[in-house]
Design a protein. Structure first.
Length: 290
């Protein structure tokens, strides 16, 4: 596999197929070729992962402002907005997306940028683990129904709430995550250690019909160092099998994250336990320094 900029018209036309397969979209709903061309050739970044000359993944981004409302000179407030990173299904879990993000980070660092941001669904456990734990992003911004109603297979039927992931690409925390030093213990061990150190699970779920986990009542933290928020392990499967329960989890977690972000907490890690007893948690701390 090699990663290189996508600039030629022939290569740009391959992006739509990867995009459509990644998000379950119709080809006519993908980003138009002329938009990709403009971004790729005029200051943005469009990188492709290739295997045997076939495009198997891509990442798309452009320059944006850290604070769009600020009147300071734009050159002092630039960041990279990473809008999409997609990989063909047959090549997932082969670190293609990870390598694309590393290449994107190199692109940004070489141009003097320190921050890359993007949005993702906070209930997508797989993305939470990738963005927060593996890449070292943090989050303190909750965007309610950010894209409005969406019709693709991954988003149809639920509000398009999003986290804005902040990737401080030159920070010690990110360097530590990318070095592989941020080991992940088993969930029981993590929970025990966190509880000992003053962390609290504030929404322990309860089992409902069919052993499906339902949102538990939110507990007020006792004033420890941080809180844990549990989310469904496979939100897509839940959405497809029980839309009402998926909506309940959306509203439940929306209220929690909005409340704790307003109190000064931010997401600093993601804890994931693999099958046969999978569980997923966000770890939030108050006044955490990047």
């Amino acid at each position: 596999m090699i990663i290189k900029p996508i600039i030629d018209t022939k290569d740009i036309k391959q992006v739509a197929q990867v995009e459509a397969e990644t998000w379950g979209m119709r080809l006519l709903d993908t980003v138009p070729d002329h938009v990709l061309t403009a971004v790729a050739r005029d200051g943005g970044v469009l990188l492709g992962a290739y295997q045997d000359d076939r495009l198997i993944g891509f990442t798309l981004g452009w320059l944006g402002l850290i604070d769009p409302e600020s009147r300071e000179p734009a050159a002092k407030k630039l960041k990279l907005v990473s809008h999409m990173t997609g990989v063909l299904e047959a090549y997932r879990d082969q670190r293609v997306g990870y390598q694309l993000k590393l290449a994107q980070r190199d692109w940004a660092l070489s141009r003097g940028l320190n921050l890359v941001t993007w949005t993702y669904d906070p209930l997508e456990s797989r993305n939470g683990n990738f963005n927060i734990h593996l890449l070292g992003c943090v989050c303190q911004t909750y965007l309610e129904d950010y894209y409005g109603e969406m019709s693709d297979q991954m988003n149809e039927g639920v509000p398009s709430d999003r986290f804005r992931a902040d990737w401080w690409i030159a920070s010690p925390e990110v360097k530590s995550s990318l070095s592989g030093k941020r080991d992940q213990m088993s969930v029981p061990a993590v929970l025990s250690e966190l509880e000992t150190n003053g962390y609290q699970l504030i929404n322990p779920p309860r089992k409902g019909p069919g052993d499906k986990l339902r949102p538990g009542p939110q507990e007020e933290p006792a004033g420890g160092r941080g809180v844990l928020v549990e989310i469904p392990v496979d939100y897509q499967a839940l959405r497809n099998s029980d839309l009402d329960l998926a909506l309940a989890w959306r509203i439940h977690t929306r209220e929690i994250f909005q409340l704790f972000f307003a109190r000064g907490y931010q997401v600093v890690d993601f804890i994931y336990q693999k099958p046969p007893h999978p569980r997923s948690f966000y770890l939030l701390e108050k006044d955490h320094e990047d």
